[in-house]
Design a binder for this molecule. Structure first.
Ligand code: ATP
Ligand code: MG
Length: 151
């Protein structure tokens, strides 16, 4: 399986990378974000929002589970960390199959409800402000996207 590793050395570098990724996104794309508390999942999402021409500040949707923003494409930002029951179906499919881009923080908690094809991004802490982003495309669409992005 293909896997790409991006190392960022600051918050700004992570924002810059996700902003670039956003340029390649299409309606219906799904990105899952994994990583410990404070790894940078929401930071990554903020960069995506900037790249999608969303001029609202993206904040953590922890208490609402899903927040929606309007830009070049709609952005559906989910954080399922506090979902009480991971089998609970909040109609996720409608987002995954919708006309926007869906980003899911703590996606493994709803593993069974995720689509088969998605772009998986795992963020791990390095020293101080460095982070390793391990990017795994699942499915043809995302393999193509990564090929373009990392060409
Ligand atoms: P949570 O699990 O609580 O939702 P999170 O993974 O969403 O956490 P963020 O809310 O994005 O994490 O917080 C990451 C913090 O780490 C921010 O304060 C950010 O500025 C800082 N940071 C430092 N270096 C980096 C980096 N290279 N990439 C991303 N964030 C970084
Ligand atoms: Mg977060």
């Amino acid at each position: 399986m293909n896997e790409y590793i991006v190392r960022t050395n600051s918050t700004e570098e992570t924002l810059q990378f996700s902003k670039e990724l956003a340029q390649k996104l299409q309606p219906g794309d799904v990105i899952t974000l994994e990583g410990d508390l404070g790894a940078g999942k929401t930071t990554f999402t903020k960069g995506l929002a900037v790249g999608l021409d969303i001029n609202k500040n993206v904040s953590s949707p922890t208490f609402t589970i899903i927040k929606e923003y309007n830009g070049r494409l709609p952005l559906y930002h989910m954080d399922v960390y506090r979902l009480e029951d991971s089998d609970e179906d909040l109609g996720f499919d409608e987002y995954f199959e919708g006309q926007g881009v869906t980003v899911v923080e703590w996606a493994h908690l709803i593993e069974d409800q995720l689509p088969e094809e998605l772009l998986q991004i795992k963020i791990s802490h390095g020293e101080e402000n460095s982070r390793n982003l391990t990017i795994t495309p699942k499915g043809k669409r995302y393999e193509m996207l990564c090929k373009e992005l990392f060409a």
